[in-house]
Design a binder for this molecule. Structure first.
Ligand code: ME8
Length: 487
């Protein structure tokens, strides 16, 4: 039977157009989704946006638009960035949490389950709230009375909310994480969350008074309250699969033991490894199997910010270098486990070294020799035969990918590229052909074969380039244009 895999990105806040951090998570998720599909798994990849938030309302007001048109505009920017012409994210669904038909029934069904379990209770809240974070903050989170991340004083709130009895689930969550039933990758993040669980989880506010928020999903059975952030946002992972409505996808990709993988940034670990498992336990639903937590991308060692002027727009990189080059950089030069840095200069140097002079040049050299001197009786490999199991990685290569270290995998491929370059230098088949044609042809055939293997390995990272290389090999021709022109 085929393995069934469910892979998700966070739902991103659409209060501004997507940035490189969003591009990173989506690319990482796409690489794993493609890898698993190539290995024969049945895969469902989910991404989308977290729309029911005051951040969006404020952003719309700031530019004089109504919330809906503002959201539609930002959502097109996301789907455009993820399209085949740009980052080529092979998602199966792009969820919008403002969609009352797709998302709301699931969020409300989840709420009802928590109520049925006796885990929702009303209580009054008296404290601070940061709209930037969409979270309740305490005085110790503030510097000079302001949220240091948003440079803004939080609102003081005194109101009645519904709370979720998360504290009740601390021990069970801890047990599941310790035993790796819920695996947190890498281990450092697992330890970080275990340390937090050691202190015990606190109950969390799950609703806000209807009059105080402009958007939000109504709390079932109480029109005076709307759901606040987490019950709404986290439930997207199952509402997208039809939880609370028509739920065959939910059975297949969540309930019946599929391999479920959430890919998130380190900023939202505590919500995904605390609140989310707590909600699922309360609702009597299976927990996800794995959470992969990546670091943050900085620029010139600093957090990207408009004020510092170091924000790198993925669209600008794509316009200059193409979507595949951006995918390559993110895979090869950013660690999936720690913070990583990027500057425009680093990007350009890496592009020229790895893609223009490295891969692109290798393909041209080998295919030029092949076109002139190699006459395969039958095509080396048919373009449809691209499954890993046939054309693909050895157990070492597969092993690197299975450990989620996409950077090590990309590094391995670049070593293979360098090895093949050296092989050409050592054997010089373009010279040898004048003295011993048969021997030279044998070497060229070997080079083409190895290049085909490299193209197979590249498929999850560079899907379009891999096809171009395979096509060049099948047609036994040099690509018409260089794959990666030098910049
Ligand atoms: O937190 N480097 O949305 P968000 C790398 N809506 N990744 C980054 C990044 C950076 N500098 N900045 C953001 C939310 N990310 C909620 C999530 S999920 C149920 C709700 C990525 O738009 C990273 O994956 O702030 C991070 O977790 C996510 O974007 C947060 O996106």
């Amino acid at each position: 039977m085929r393995n069934v895999s469910y892979i998700t990105t966070p739902i991103f806040y659409p209060n501004a157009k997507p940035h490189l951090g969003h591009a990173y998570t989506a690319t990482l998720a796409d690489i794993f989704a493609r890898h698993r599909r190539l290995s024969g798994d049945e895969v469902y990849l989910l991404t989308g946006v977290d729309e029911n938030t005051e951040k969006v309302v404020r952003a719309a007001i700031a530019v004089g638009q109504d919330t809906k048109s503002y959201l539609d505009g930002v959502v097109s920017a996301f789907t455009d960035l993820f399209s085949a012409q740009k980052l080529n994210i092979s998602y199966d669904q792009f969820i919008r949490t403002s969609n009352e038909k797709v998302h709301w029934p699931g969020a409300q069904a989840m709420w009802q389950k928590l109520v049925d379990a006796g885990d929702i209770y009303p209580a009054s809240y008296d404290g601070f709230y940061c709209v930037g974070h969409e979270a309740f903050v305490t005085e110790k989170d503030l510097i000079d009375g302001k949220c240091p991340d948003h440079n803004e004083a939080p609102e003081h709130l005194k109101e009645t909310n519904y709370f979720f009895r998360l504290s009740k689930y601390t021990d069970e969550i801890k047990k599941r994480i310790e035993s790796n039933e819920l695996e947190i990758i890498p281990a450092a993040r697992k330890n970080e969350i275990l340390a937090l669980l050691e202190q015990g989880l606190q109950d969390v506010s799950f609703s806000r008074p209807t009059g105080k928020v402009s958007v939000g999903i109504p709390v079932p059975g109480d029109s005076t309250q709307k759901m606040y952030v987490w019950c709404d946002a986290l439930t997207n992972y199952i509402s997208a699969l039809g939880y609370g409505r028509d739920d065959w996808l939910f059975r297949k990709f969540w309930y019946d033991g599929a391999d479920t993988l959430h890919i998130i940034g380190k900023d939202i670990l505590r919500f995904h490894a605390g609140i989310w498992p707590g909600m699922l336990l309360s609702a009597g639903l299976p927990l996800p199997k794995k959470i992969l937590v990546h670091g943050f991308i900085t620029s010139g060692g600093k957090k990207m910010s408009k004020t510092l002027g170091n924000v790198i727009d993925p669209d600008v990189l794509i316009a200059e270098y193409g979507g595949e080059a951006v995918r390559y950089f993110l895979a090869r030069h950013i660690s999936p486990f720690e913070d990583g840095d990027i500057t425009l200069e680093m990007f350009k140097n890496a592009y020229n070294a790895d893609l223009a002079n490295g891969l692109g040049n290798l393909v041209s050299r080998i295919m030029k020799m092949a076109e002139e001197h190699h006459h395969p009786a039958s095509p080396i490999r048919h373009p449809t035969e691209r499954l890993f199991s046939r054309a693909g990685p050895s157990s070492t290569e597969e092993g690197i990918l299975e450990s989620y270290n996409i950077q090590a995998y990309a590094e391995y491929i670049s070593q293979e590229i360098a090895r093949l370059d050296r092989r050409i230098q050592e054997t010089e088949p373009f010279k040898l052909v004048k003295k011993d044609k048969t021997a030279a042809q044998k070497i060229i055939a070997e080079l083409v074969n190895k290049l085909s293997h490299i193209a197979s390995l590249l498929q999850p990272i560079l899907p379009t380039t891999a096809v171009k290389i395979h096509d060049a090999i099948t047609q036994n021709r040099m690509p018409e244009k260089p794959l990666f022109p030098r910049k």
